[in-house]
Design a protein around this ligand. Structure first.
Ligand SMILES: CC(=O)SCCNC(=O)CCNC(=O)[C@H](O)C(C)(C)COP(=O)(O)OP(=O)(O)OC[C@H]1O[C@@H](n2cnc3c(N)ncnc32)[C@H](O)[C@@H]1OP(=O)(O)O
Ligand SMILES: N[C@@H](CCO)C(=O)O
Length: 382
């Protein structure tokens, strides 16, 4: 089976999609890919949610030899954790993205040019609500699982809160229920790097070219936070790049900054980073306890011991609070020197954790037991 990138589009007359900030789009396009088949009951779907710079191309195994690998290839495919012999796996580019779904680089039909900085402000819930529109379009009646890391993890958790009856299980990885001030602080550096670049032109740069220096600096700052001290010591130590005379770690950051400018849009970066900054699952419901009590799905949070952005302790605490409120949470940890990006690299650890969790969820549901009884067995161990 060859999977081509697909697009789902609708106009406001067909579906009025309004952001929480109050903007109704005239037209929306969603870029997505699917792997595997939807079953007769239409309840075997898994939604994979990408992080800041990801896209809908999560798996490349179905695509022709010369096609680009997917960003979660080792997780998705026949016999893999997200087994395409059993599940219908879906991944779409987020609202506000620059990989095919409506975002700042898309044409605004009302003005006949790209939105740019006139794109409405969006949040993680808006992304999730648009994914629900896509799933309705695909005929999905229930999600077995919503899973993703970082910004994708924020969406996974938001799925459990916004659509509690639609999703059986969620796996938020290397993420949080609300962004920490430290992460907001790092994001602020990225925002400032872009906005202080004169080539940003107050966001109106599309006809002139990217604010390359600012976007590249923003990615370099981000890259440091996605890695770890241990990794940098192991990979680079204080070695010098013979071509440039720079420290290897400097040369590495330069490379990541430059390649990011070629594949990502500066305004999109600002919109997505701000959506992450605003992320707080309890905002519409008043308190975290009230929000947590909405969750009916089984939740597995996976932390990374060297993640400097999303702390394992915060994830453990969230799971404790979920379980105290009668929810069904588990916490597992990846031990890695890769830092935050481990969810894109350490598949030997991630894959069995997710596989076991999915099999466990199916076993519990098949046995007629509920998650709550099952969870009593490990609740005190967190
Ligand atoms: C869940 C999501 O949706 S995110 C989607 C996935 N994200 C992406 O694919 C884009 C962002 N990429 C990344 O964040 C990373 O590449 C990861 C996390 C996917 C993989 O990380 P790693 O395997 O550790 O890749 P790493 O950080 O080493 O980067 C490798 C690149 O750095 C270059 N590099 C390595 N050392 C040096 C150096 N000393 N000087 C210059 N360049 C260097 C390599 O040549 C390679 O270049 P290339 O990517 O152009 O081929
Ligand atoms: N490196 C990943 C993770 C960010 O959280 C990305 O660029 O999407």
């Amino acid at each position: 089976m060859i999977v081509k990138e697909r697009f789902f589009s609708f106009t406001r007359d067909e579906i009025a999609f309004t952001t929480e900030s109050g903007y109704t789009f005239d037209e929306v396009q969603v870029a997505y890919e699917t792997y595997g088949s939807l079953n007769e009951d239409k309840d075997n779907a898994i939604l994979v949610l990408h992080a800041l710079s990801g896209d809908a191309h999560a798996a490349g195994f179905y695509t022709p030899q010369d096609a680009k690998p997917g960003w979660w290839d080792p997780m998705i495919g026949p016999g893999r954790a997200l087994d395409t012999e059993k599940f219908y796996v879906i991944c779409s580019n987020v609202l506000g993205g620059c990989r095919g779904t409506t975002g700042p680089t898309s044409l605004n039909p009302a003005i006949g040019k790209p939105y740019g900085i006139s794109f409405p402000s969006i949040n993680i819930r808006d992304m999730v609500r648009l994914q629900k529109v896509l799933l309705d379009h695909l005929g999905v009646k229930k999600l077995k699982l919503a899973i993703g890391g970082s910004m994708g993890g924020m969406q996974a958790l938001e799925w459990a809160v916004t659509f509690p009856d639609f999703v059986e299980a969620v796996v938020p990885i290397a993420t949080t229920h609300k962004l920490s001030p430290l992460a907001i602080a790092f994001n602020y550096l990225g925002i400032k790097a872009i906005e202080n670049d004169p080539e940003w032109r107050d966001g109106d740069y599309l006809e002139y070219g990217q604010p390359a220096k600012g976007l590249s600096l923003a990615r370099m700052i981000g890259t440091i936070t996605y890695k770890s001290d241990e990794l940098f010591k192991r990979r680079f130590d204080r070695a010098i790049n013979p071509d440039t005379g720079l420290f290897q770690v400097e040369s590495y950051l330069d490379h990541h900054g430059e390649s990011f400018v070629r594949r990502f849009d500066a305004n999109t970066y600002l919109y997505l980073v701000r959506a992450m900054n605003e992320h707080d699952i309890s905002k519409p419901y008043g308190s975290l306890e009230r929000t947590i009590r909405r969750i009916r799905s089984r939740v597995l949070m996976i932390g990374i011991d060297t993640d400097m952005l999303y702390f394992p302790d915060d994830m453990r605490n969230f799971i404790r609070r979920l379980n105290t409120a009668g929810g069904y949470g588990e916490y597992k940890e990846i031990k890695s020197c890769q830092g935050h990006d481990a969810f894109l690299i350490d598949f030997d650890q991630l894959s069995p954790i997710v596989k076991e969790f999915l099999e466990g969820t199916e076993e519990i549901l098949d046995s007629g037991r509920n998650f709550s009884d099952y969870n009593q067995s490990f609740r005190n161990n967190i």
